[in-house]
Design a protein around this ligand. Structure first.
Ligand code: F6P
Length: 319
């Protein structure tokens, strides 16, 4: 394969730019041409496609967001939309596509592959909610951003002897809450995978106060409740002054960590090599620090597992 395209799709994630840069530079190094598609699948449909060179990806490895822009595309879910995309791909002579995104973006990659366009997916989402891979691009950066916010919040909570409910992202997946909670020394972690009652949370906070804790942090995944609501219930149930903080999109921006940049570079190199050999319909992932690829249908059929071991560790650490 000599001509490939790259696009970013769905919610952006720090490390997407590092991935685009690596795709372009590694492909060029191996004598392949790369076309950048703007605004995810929308750009494929509307022909927002431009040739990229190693110089057009200079000075982006350290930037959050995605220079290609991103979008969630409804039109690509229709047969007509996909037909338009294939037409554009053929018009440009593109032989394979690399899609960096999450679950929804990979459903698109699956459909594109079925239409005979070899497509390879790179996991780009802060949520870490893809079952087939241990880590997704952007997760490490998002967790570090959340931890740094928790550090600040803890300072003022301790001074005022308050409780804070820190709502982090993750609609269906509690990994950001779990990792940021452990690294930020949270007293309680609330995730969608393990529902707990407000009574249980209040008991744990009061028991902590009994043991001499000056303040407490609850890290709440957005999929397990709303910060403001949980904060009110906790204040009512414990009598402790409680404040909510919603971190929101702060977690999606910012300079990617070294780990995300290296993961993006390694995964992208793997994706380019697959397409160079004409291999498509694959997702790239990482397990035990090893980069691998897997059939898209097989990867998307896997069921996510949540680390009960880490969750239990967090409870013991909050002692
Ligand atoms: O999928 C990534 C994510 O950041 C989720 O954690 C969050 O729920 C969602 O995207 C927010 O989406 P939007 O930016 O469209 O509001």
């Amino acid at each position: 394969m000599k001509k490939i395209a790259v696009l970013t799709s769905g919610g952006d994630a720090p490390g997407m730019n590092a991935a685009i840069r690596a795709v372009v530079r590694i492909a060029d190094y191996h004598g392949m041409e790369v076309y950048g598609v703007s605004r995810g699948y929308n750009g494929l449909i509307n022909g927002q496609i431009e040739k990229m060179t190693p110089r057009s990806v200079a000075d982006i490895i350290q930037r959050g967001g995605t220079i290609l822009k991103t979008a969630r595309c409804e039109e690509f879910k229709t047969e007509e939309g996909r037909a338009k995309a294939v037409e554009q791909i053929q018009k440009y002579g593109i032989e394979g596509v690399i899609v960096c995104g999450g679950d929804g973006s990979f459903r698109g990659a699956q459909l594109l592959s079925r239409l005979g366009i070899p497509t390879v997916g790179l996991p780009g989402t802060i949520d870490n909610d893809l079952a087939y891979t241990e880590y997704t691009l952007g997760f490490d950066t998002a967790v570090n951003t959340a931890v740094s916010a928790i550090n600040n919040i803890r300072d003022t909570m301790t001074s005022h002897e308050r409780v804070s409910v820190v709502e982090v992202m993750g609609r269906r997946c509690g990994d950001i809450a779990l990792y940021a909670g452990i690294a930020g020394g949270a007293e309680v972690i609330m995730v969608p995978e393990i529902p707990v009652s407000i009574d249980y949370i209040c008991q744990r906070l009061l028991a902590g106060k009994e043991r001499g804790k000056l303040s407490s942090i609850i890290v709440l995944a957005e999929g397990a409740g709303h910060g403001e609501e949980i904060s009110e219930l906790v204040e009512k149930g414990t009598g402790l002054e409680t404040r909510p903080v919603v971190l929101g999109h702060v977690q999606r921006g910012g300079t990617p960590t070294c780990r995300d940049r290296i993961l993006a570079s390694r995964m992208s190199a793997h994706a380019v090599k697959l397409l160079s050999k004409g291999v498509g319909n694959r997702l790239v992932g990482v397990k035990g620090e090893k980069i691998f690829d897997m059939d898209i249908d097989e990867a998307l059929a896997q069921k996510r597992t949540f680390s009960k071991e880490l969750y239990d560790l967090a409870i013991e650490l909050a002692n």
